[in-house]
Design a protein around this ligand. Structure first.
Ligand SMILES: [Cu+2]
Length: 195
């Protein structure tokens, strides 16, 4: 049976009971309804984004460009500047299902090597086939594309929008191909530089 791998939100402890989870969800809703500009970056991970099969060593991640208004919609899944990390155990077959949720701007995605400074346009992907169609022009609103690749080489990568200027403006999250992780996971990580 596929399992979901989710890290608890930073600064909160895991509550093991059903009552505890319900309370956490309610607190989350209250927080959302009160969210002002200071808390515009809602660091929330939706458990439906990540599904995987340990026996088959396959993982699928739903990558959503412009999910929220954060950073002028230059975000993936509501995260910018590396604030979310997809962890994939080395050797797993990986599917990244891209969708552009931004009603205004085209977006794309590719897996690139970690680098500083960030490129101002698309570059060669670091993993074969790990890029979407129309990498530079971007895919229009609600367009989808599926990246399928094997995570063969352990290392730290970026999932980067290839539309000129977007990635450098913060439209990137992280991909860690891990030699030690047993299962995929989505981790909240400090947003900041690319190294
Ligand atoms: Cu973009």
């Amino acid at each position: 049976m596929p399992r979901l791998g989710i890290a608890p939100p930073a600064g909160k402890w895991r509550r093991p009971t059903t009552v505890g989870r319900t309370l956490t969800a309610m607190v989350g809703l209250v927080t959302l309804s009160l969210a002002g500009p200071a808390s515009a970056q809602q660091r929330r991970v939706d458990p439906t984004w990540l599904t995987f099969d340990v026996a088959a060593k396959t993982v699928r991640f739903q990558l959503i460009a412009g999910l929220t208004g954060l950073n002028g919609a230059l975000n993936f899944n509501g995260f910018r500047d590396g604030g979310l990390t997809l962890v994939v155990p080395v050797g797993w077959k990986t599917e990244i299902a891209f969708r552009n949720h931004d009603g205004m701007l085209p977006h794309s995605a590719e897996v690139i090597a970690q680098q500083t400074p960030l490129p101002t346009q698309s570059v060669d992907p670091a993993i074969a086939r790990a890029f979407t169609l129309r990498l530079t022009q971007g895919l229009p609103s609600e367009a989808t594309d599926m990246m399928r690749f094997d995570a063969q080489l352990a290392g730290d990568y970026l999932i980067f929008c290839g539309v000129p200027g977007h990635g450098a403006a913060g439209m990137w999250i992280r991909l860690r191909v891990s030699a030690t992780a047993k299962t995929p996971a989505l981790l909240l990580t400090p947003a900041g530089g690319s190294s």
